[in-house]
Ligand binder design. Sequence first.
Ligand code: G6P
Length: 613
Amino acid sequence: MCGIVAYLGDAEACPIILKGLRRLEYRGYDSAGVALLNGKLDVYKRKGKVQDLEDVLKDKNLHAHIGMGHTRWATHGEPNDVNAHPHFSSDSKLAIIHNGIIENYAVLKQELINKGHQFKSDTDSEVLIHFIEYIQKDNNCDLEEAVRLALTQVVGAYAIVVMSQDKPDQLIAARKGSPLVIGVAKNGQEFLLASDATPIIEYTNQVVYLNDFEIAVMKKGSLSIKNTEDMPMTPYIQQLDIELESIEKNGFEHFMLKEIFEQPNSVRDSMRGRLVASQNHVVLGGIQKHLDYLLNAKRLIIVACGTSWHAGLVAEYIIEELARIPVEVEYASEFRYRNPIINKNEVVLAISQSGETADTLAALELAKSKGAIIFGVCNVVGSSIARVTHEGAYTHAGPEIGVASTKAFTAQVTVLSLMALMIARKRGTITLEEYSNLVQDLDAIPNKIAEALKLNDKIKKLAEIYKDARNFLYLGRGYNFPVALEGALKLKEISYIHAEGYPAAEMKHGPIALIDEEMPVVVIATRDSSYDKVVSNIQEVKARKGQVIAVVTKGDTLIPKMVDHVIEIPATNECLMPLLSVIPLQLLAYHVAVLRGCNVDQPRNLAKSVTVE
Ligand code: G6P
């Protein structure tokens, strides 16, 4: 949440910063602002999207070679011009942009008010820059030291950039709990800072991921890092491996649609080098040193949020079925606050697209502090979760920009399926024949996803019929139950239609009361071990005049006679079916949202990377 960009170099800073903000807009779009320094430190900010800020800036003749920008997802203070970042110190000589939450801001604010400070905004971030200003004056120290001293007294999470009118050649940045990447270009003559690498890759592939409690000072030709204990640190420069075109729309109307259509390739990328069907071979190179912990685990606890939690539920079914290890899937936000029991021989696995979700990270850290071996399945390389885990596997789905997660989900399920297969084979809990069949089935999935995507036009027509519905129910059983949850989440996230996902059999314990002729019910009824039961559930819905849209296996002749609409997807082994059955549900949510005029890539109130709890 909240996107941060900063620039220092010879080029015009403002266009680079605005372009970076557009790339980071998925992280929050309540307001946007920039600070530019050219003799004087000027701040421009606006409620709304980056475009609204650009409208304000377009007639101004702005020149600066150093500056910073922010796109906000509001935590403290409503989204308006005043609460937008950057924020000034009381003498307007310092400015800050901040991503995170300063938890003790109220106490600090009161102390500062007692000392005569006056605040313009309701934000915790403004308090922080006033606090830095106060400390600098009180200690008569340089700005870097003031930032360091202030941060030792701050409780909470932050990624910040601070600029000073008196130091026109320097950017200071620091992080704890919120991500910050430094791009080093032109042999250190140019620096770009951002919440993730997407604003940077156009200019350089050399990056430094700032660690928690580190403070970086950038000047032309020099980057120095120290920690909040005042210990100098050596910057570790890494090579980025992202193509520019992977973060652009490439002709699609929305990132979400592009990402849905990328899935044949992104799933293939998730399996590349890990599944060699011709040799019947599955290996996850990132999980080798600690593999024995997984193989001998008495229990596997999965922690995640949102769509990643749904991928965790699929993993629960597949790992229990194939590898016979008990699995529990926990909302990270619950797990971290309930003193969970983690016994010897139990391992914890986090699933996260961004690798930055605050609750998931905290849940992992808690598990680690209790002595657990922790694994991660993340999409973003070098992310905080990837770095805190003992071992893990990247999903390699490429950057996901649409706020509603699509290709990350299928990539997660793919990697978790590979993990289940690898563990099951090594534990001897499936026969060689079962293993070989699953390897072949998984290998065939990308082409089957491509086939499912051909449903796009048909689903668009369905969306036209149901776009004005006020509620939707999604039902599924077994492996398709988490898909029902995911389908409902997609719809409510981007179309603002209330939708519930339910295990089909549980429907009769409550949701059945909602069903009438107005209620569209999406039933995932593919040919699997619960097929007959789901057929009965469909009849229960039809008996109450519900409108049934059934996702069935190609060639089904029974269900089409019973329901209002049929969506046929290719057959596969039932434990891999979520990789196919989720596709029409993603498309349905997308088209309904577009037809309702919703902003699918930036749905209201949401952010892609939730770095606050
Ligand atoms: C946010 C996003 C969701 C995502 C969830 C978990 O709510 O909008 O799409 O599933 O965070 O994010 P993660 O990066 O940990 O997978």
